[in-house]
Write a protein that binds this ligand. Structure first.
Ligand code: ATP
Length: 327
């Protein structure tokens, strides 16, 4: 046990060759990554990719089958009490209690955390002000809207002022306004220096608030990097959106005959193409060729790669090579 105690300034989260199997189902398959203190990291993957399984081990609610996980240098298996002090856990579903108001709910958990007297009242007030729960103080917890409930759940996770926040799908089911409010709260927490590890299967939800994105697919990490690096990709390609008089089928047919361009999808007035170059001269030549080949182009814009496209491209590369790409 002694070698898993912290020394120096350890990463906020450190995962080494973590496995979690349920009989012969390998939900997490040897993942490794580090999160520096103060970083906001998005944990992205499709349904069933292994996000909740990983987060539950991090929250000391489950054990790894093999490998290790540390929070601020403390191993989650060897030092669960220390880890629980350091983390705030917001699960994807939380329990409510009948006939319990918002303030009673927070008071119950603050007592369980050992807060007493004036300090408890002050802490609950601080959390309620931060999560905008003051106007809801006397509302019953089982009658809250989804967004209000998520704020209550976040408030509960913040009560003991944790260093590391683990938020499992906090934006799921929220309306656009509630999502903006949640993003705002996460941004403030990040400015205060908290480490935030946040999962979602919707990329655009995480893009604006995360420093880096960690992609998990079938229990394996397939990419770890900033959204900028992901958009740029490894491939040196350019995406162009073309508006034209003709239908998107005509653009697709043209791309099928031109190996340096591939059709991505159709749009209202045309479609999007991927050009196998970032050289402006080559892109201009491609455009000229389209016009020479009879396409009536009305507008032409160079697009930043969408994160979804980048993700699909990575999955395609993995399928082609069989080797996960971690950058
Ligand atoms: P979602 O976005 O749908 O929440 P996820 O990425 O969080 O998905 P997990 O909940 O981690 O995915 O599940 C990963 C895999 O492990 C799934 O195939 C799931 O069915 C399986 N799994 C998770 N928990 C258990 C369990 N207790 N027993 C058996 N299988 C499980």
């Amino acid at each position: 046990m002694s070698d898993s105690k912290p020394s120096g300034a350890p990463p906020a989260i450190e995962v080494s060759n973590l496995w979690r199997s349920f009989h012969n189902l390998h939900a997490v398959q040897g993942i490794s990554f580090k999160v520096d203190p103060g970083q906001v990291v998005g944990f992205v993957g499709a349904n069933g990719a292994g996000k909740t399984t990983t987060m539950r081990i991090l929250a000391t609610l489950d054990y790894p089958t093999a490998g290790s996980m540390k929070v601020c240098g403390f191993d989650v298996v060897d030092y669960p009490a220390e880890v629980r002090r350091l983390i705030g856990w917001m699960p994807d579903h939380y329990g409510t209690y009948h006939n319990m108001t918002v303030v009673e709910y927070l008071d119950f958990f603050a007592r369980a955390l050992g807060y007493k007297g004036k300090e408890r009242v002050e802490r609950i007030t601080e959390v309620m002000e931060f999560t905008d729960l003051v106007p809801l103080a006397d509302r019953l917890t089982d009658k809250l809207s989804k967004g209000m409930g998520q704020r209550l759940c976040l408030g509960r996770a913040l009560l003991h002022d944790p260093e590391v926040l683990i938020l499992d799908e906090p934006a799921a089911g929220l309306d656009p306004k509630a999502r903006v409010e949640l993003k705002h709260l996460i941004r403030i927490l990040a400015e205060e220096g908290k480490t935030v590890f946040i999962s979602s299967h919707i990329l655009s939800e995480l893009d604006e608030m995360c420093d880096t994105l960690l992609f998990i697919n079938q229990g394996q990490i397939i990419h770890h990097g900033s959204s900028e690096s992901l958009r740029k990709g490894n491939s040196g390609t350019t995406i162009i959106a073309v508006d034209l008089v003709e239908s998107s089928e005509k653009l697709k047919a043209w791309a099928d005959l031109n190996p340096d361009a591939s059709f991505i999808d159709g749009t209202k007035n045309g479609g999007r193409l991927k050009i196998e170059s970032v050289d402006p001269t080559i892109i201009a030549t491609t455009l000229r060729r389209m016009i020479q080949d009879g396409l009536t182009i009305t507008q032409f814009t160079q697009e930043e790669r969408k994160l979804e496209d980048a993700f699909i491209e990575i999955l395609g590369e993995i399928e082609a090579s069989g080797v996960p790409i971690v950058s």
